[in-house]
Design a protein around this ligand. Structure first.
Ligand SMILES: *Cc1c(COP(=O)(O)O)cnc(C)c1O
Length: 398
């Protein structure tokens, strides 16, 4: 037996442990899959029976109200996915062509793409070791080196561009140090837009992620903590932003009984009634999912205490939804061994995303040292994290 396969064999207890958590001695275990245990079928049937399946219907408004109430914002505006929600939130926060928008390099591609759709250039800064999310210290340092105030707006001295917004992302559901970040941005007059796509149900100091700045966005893609099939939401307390977001996501049509008059180039970003119906049912079971996921995280934490791996825990003062559980390996070589062996044994694991500034279209963007981002990129392994519900999926062809 070669050395490699011996070190791989040491991973058998990990595989056995994951399998025991999902009571699946043999079958493939996905990273994260949805659970439909509530009123999903009932609400979908209501859509079909009423014939309201598309752009009109009562579920969209209901779903928006449920999300706003849950997050504690005054308004929530639905969109067809989280990326579209972020695009509109940025545009309505005043981000324009040739502006700069600060975000983290360690994020899912949608964050950077939504910034790019506005014509702005992303600036990729480092994350904190405690949160895996945008570091307020990195932002403060970069701003103090690069920014100057012209009137109420911050400009980049070197590029001459306006620094129009900052988009932190709550990685895998772990909240960033959002209070400190908000403070830093405030002192430069830079709007804060949170990418809370992964952190529905995650709290910082008891307050829901996505509610600390001008706007925040959620995603209801199939792999998120709850799903609408595909969907997104803009959270905000700003009435004007909410009204404009509704307008902009629905082709910017002026309400009228029959005339087709539109007052700007809007988007067809609306969420359909069918998707929203699914969302209403999923929202009803969200707290149950969070409890199950936190239980699973607790058991992973205990298991990895005695292992070569470090379990990534929720940051201080936070409640994380533990959307995807994370272990940290000692280096990239070990990460690759873990990925290779677990996946070959039917236990789905994944690395974290390639850093944005390493992708061809974002290679020329400004960055800072990215020390922690590189550290995580070499070491993160995501473990299967679905909510386990006894008997779920058994006897169904899924
Ligand atoms: C899922 C996700 C989004 C939005 O994704 P959609 O598939 O467009 O709903 C945005 N940012 C992050 C970090 C995400 O994980």
């Amino acid at each position: 037996m070669t050395n490699i396969s011996r070190t791989m064999k040491e991973l058998d207890p990990l595989i056995d442990f994951v399998r025991s958590q999902f009571h699946e001695p043999e079958a493939f275990i996905p990273l994260h899959d949805p659970r439909f245990i509530g009123n999903e079928k009932k609400y979908l049937e209501e859509c079909i029976d009423s014939n309201f399946v598309s752009s009109v219907g009562e579920f969209v408004g209901k779903f928006e109200r449920m999300c706003a109430d849950y997050a504690g914002t005054r308004y929530a505006v639905a969109a067809m996915n989280g990326t579209a929600a972020l695009h509109v939130a940025l545009q309505l926060s005043g981000v324009r062509r040739d502006d700069e928008v600060i975000t983290q390099s360690l994020t899912f591609i949608a964050t950077a793409n939504a910034i790019t759709y506005t014509g702005a250039k992303p600036v990729f800064l480092d994350v904190d070791r405690e949160t895996m999310g945008l570091s307020p210290d990195s932002v403060a340092r970069w701003l103090s080196d690069n920014a100057e105030m012209r009137g109420d707006s911050a400009y980049n001295k070197k590029t001459g561009r306006r620094i129009a917004a900052c988009v932190p992302m709550h990685t895998f559901g772990h909240p960033v140090k959002i209070d400190r970040l908000a403070e830093v941005l405030d002192s430069y007059g830079i709007p804060l837009i949170e990418d809370a796509a992964e952190s529905l149900g995650s709290l910082f100091g008891g307050k829901h992620t996505g509610t600390f700045g001008k706007a925040g966005i959620l995603s209801f893609n199939g792999n998120k903590i709850i799903t609408t099939g595909g969907g997104g939401m803009i959270l905000t307390d700003d009435e004007e932003l909410a009204v404009k977001a509704k307008h902009m996501t629905t082709q910017a049509k002026i309400p009228h009984a029959w005339e087709y008059v539109h007052d700007m180039t809007g988007y067809n970003y609306r969420l359909t009634n069918i998707n929203a119906a699914l969302g209403c049912a999923q929202m009803e079971t969200l707290d149950q999912f969070i409890a199950l996921k936190r239980d699973l995280a607790f058991r992973y934490r205990e298991f990895f205490r005695e292992s070569e791996f470090t379990f990534f825990d929720e940051p201080e003062e936070c409640r994380s939804n533990f959307w995807l559980n994370v272990i940290i390996t000692k280096d990239r070589k070990r990460r690759d061994e873990v990925l290779e062996y677990t996946n070959s044994r039917g236990v789905m694991t994944r690395p974290i995303w390639e850093l944005m500034n390493r992708l061809s279209m974002y290679r020329d963007c400004q960055t800072d040292g990215l020390e922690n981002s590189v550290w995580f990129a070499d070491r993160v392994v995501n473990l299967p994290s679905s909510a386990y519900i006894e008997g779920y999926g058994k006897g169904k062809t899924r």
